[in-house]
Ligand binder design. Structure first.
Ligand SMILES: [Zn+2]
Length: 306
């Protein structure tokens, strides 16, 4: 099942015991359904859980049944075309049956229980959400622009902070941030799905920090290799000039170890000294060797003559 399917299945596990909430849920469903006009209410869904819940909710809310129910599986299509049924529905939502009220009747979403149910209905009928392991996107789409505007206001009042856009004649309300999506899912009654979004985010952040760490280690390694090359070059130069043999034993030992183990780290080299020294002591010796090699050097024999 897709993540969106999972979310809808979770939402459909909400009880439908209160009439006020059932009506609010139906209201959300109708306003975000495929058709909500004077002549028809039509809901099309691919969610089996929603298709199961829908007739029960309609019955609880209005004691009505659908005129058309789906046959078979796949795309589930429900519709109401009976004018008497449509008029009952419109009356409750405060509209004139001939020019249906395509506005949010805020009286119906006054109670917080009903507001949750309303949003749940809207999401079940017109919502979709991307798998959080692939990206963060949750949206609600309706063809009724005024409904979307009012929905935006309602969500802002609930501090959900959605964004809005228009796409192919539809008004879309969407969320792009994982924590906003979590808040929305929690507020409509899908805490498990919200948790999944949170976990996906944590996993992604963790992977990001591991990658950064690996890149950082690689950069450090490059630096170490570069340093070792500089040290070896310095030691060879000292050797060629015949100066190495005249250096103190500690430096000679360090030079020999470095030449023998070009790829060893400082701590590895430090352990091979006899007796072993600290990493910083070894580092100090290597630096001394590099320094000496850079010193202006006059031929020792020439100096003796003076
Ligand atoms: Zn209620």
């Amino acid at each position: 099942m897709s993540f969106a399917g999972e979310v809808k299945a979770e939402l459909c596990r909400a009880p439908h015991s209160r009439k006020c909430c059932a009506q609010a849920e139906c209201y959300g469903i109708f306003l975000y359904s495929n058709t909500f006009s004077a002549g028809e209410v039509r809901i099309i869904t691919e969610s089996a859980a929603f298709a199961q819940r829908l007739p029960l909710i309609l019955k609880k809310a209005f004691k009505l049944s659908f005129d058309r129910v789906p046959e078979g599986e796949g795309k589930y299509i429900f519709s109401i075309t009976d004018p008497q049924k449509l008029s009952i529905i419109q009356q409750l939502f405060g509209g004139d049956p001939k020019t249906p009220a395509l506005h949010i009747n805020f009286g119906i979403v006054e109670e917080s229980c009903c507001r949750t149910a309303f949003l749940r209905g809207a999401f079940l009928a017109g919502g979709s959400v991307t798998d959080p392991r692939k990206g963060y996107h949750l949206e609600l789409a309706t063809s009724h622009l005024s409904v979307s505007r009012e929905m935006l206001a309602l969500m802002r009042e609930m501090e959900l902070e959605p964004k809005a856009a228009q796409r192919k004649g539809n008004a879309v309300i969407y969320f792009k941030q994982s924590d906003r999506i979590e808040d929305f899912l929690t507020s409509i009654g899908a805490p498990l799905a919200a948790m999944e979004v949170m976990n996906a985010k944590l996993e992604k952040d963790l992977r990001g920090s591991v990658n950064r760490r690996v890149n950082c280690d690689a950069a450090n390694l490059d630096k170490a290799v570069e340093a070792a090359m500089v040290q070896m070059e310095a030691i060879r130069k000292l050797e060629e000039q015949g100066r190495l043999a005249a250096l103190p034993e500690k430096l000679r030992e360090t030079a020999r170890l470095r030449l023998e183990h070009p790829e060893d780290t400082l701590s590895q080299l430090a352990q091979q000294c006899d007796p072993p020294v600290t990493k910083s002591a070894l580092n100090h010796r290597l630096r001394k060797l590099v320094e000496l090699s850079r010193e202006e050097w006059e031929d020792g024999g020439a100096r003796e003559k003076n």
